[in-house]
Write a protein that binds this ligand. Structure first.
Ligand code: SF4
Length: 272
């Protein structure tokens, strides 16, 4: 899907970390909207999408002048206490537009010059590898979490047809780890996967986070129910995966190859 792009000058960039992200002092979104438009994305039910009046996934705002504004806000925030940043809470910071726009890169340049206490980067895009030089400069003050909801490409295409392929994400994890950048594979939301998934991840990362709609959509699964996501499972005859207990199956598989303290469940896997 090619979205409509809008270039906007934001008044603020750093938002207070709240709810699921209350462990962070701030969240940071270099873009508004998201061209990946995943079927299960609950951001489509949040004000940023609801008041837009256009379908989630069809529009992206590019935040102009972001680095300059961010540098000022970071200074002010640092004067008040530790600054821990989650990037991003309601978009993917590596939109396809980031190839050209370089908003996220400009923010990372600002952070490399003046590091926050911690930065968590959440993405599903291989484009994050472009910024390995800047991420490396943050040392152990950064973690890059790459979403890999499943190891089945047919499942990925069913639920998230406009997002990057699974193999590209697995390669991304390898490249980041080889560059010495702290990484995490994030199975969120949990989608149907094979019994080889855990072993595949074990060759790439030493830390995994597992989350599902029932723990992680901020409403005990109600938002996801309202979006009718169950129907997507029914189309595949895989309803047993749309269940609050399904994560236990994958957790068991992970625990066969990862130490228990490297398998994080829901919010614990996103903490600073
Ligand atoms: S990549 Fe993330 S923010 Fe974008 S549509 Fe998918 S779940 Fe939503």
């Amino acid at each position: 899907m090619i979205p409509a792009y809008f270039h906007k000058y934001p008044k603020t960039l750093l938002n207070k970390g709240t709810g699921f992200l209350s462990g962070y002092s701030h969240s940071l979104n270099p873009y508004a909207g998201c061209s990946f438009g995943c079927s299960y994305c609950y951001v489509r039910q949040m004000p940023v999408s609801v008041f837009r009046g256009a379908e989630w996934g069809t529009w992206v705002d590019v935040k102009m002048g972001a680095a300059e504004l961010f540098r000022t806000e970071l200074q002010k925030a640092k004067a008040k206490g530790p600054v821990t940043i989650f990037m991003s809470s309601s978009t993917d910071p590596y939109q396809p537009a980031e190839h050209k726009e370089r908003v996220t890169r400009s923010l990372l340049e600002a952070m490399a010059d003046d590091p926050p206490d911690f930065l968590f980067v959440q993405t599903r895009s291989p484009l994050v590898c472009r910024d390995a030089d800047l991420l490396r400069r943050l040392g152990d003050k950064v973690r890059v979490s790459v979403t890999v909801e499943t190891d089945r490409e047919d499942i990925r295409k069913h639920f998230s047809p406009y997002a990057p392929p699974i193999n590209a994400r697995l390669r991304t994890l390898r490249l980041l780890a080889d560059a010495g950048i702290p990484t995490q594979a994030t199975i969120a939301p949990l989608l149907p996967s094979t019994d080889k998934f855990a072993e595949t991840l074990q060759t790439l990362v030493d830390r995994v986070c597992l989350d599902d709609y029932f723990m992680g959509d901020g409403s005990g699964g109600k938002r996801t129910r309202r979006m009718g996501i169950r129907a997507l499972y029914e189309q595949l005859g895989l309803e047993e995966w749309y269940d609050p207990s399904a994560y236990r199956v994958v957790r068991e598989r992970l625990l066969k190859v990862f130490p228990e303290d490297r398998v994080y469940i829901s919010q614990a896997g996103f903490e600073p």
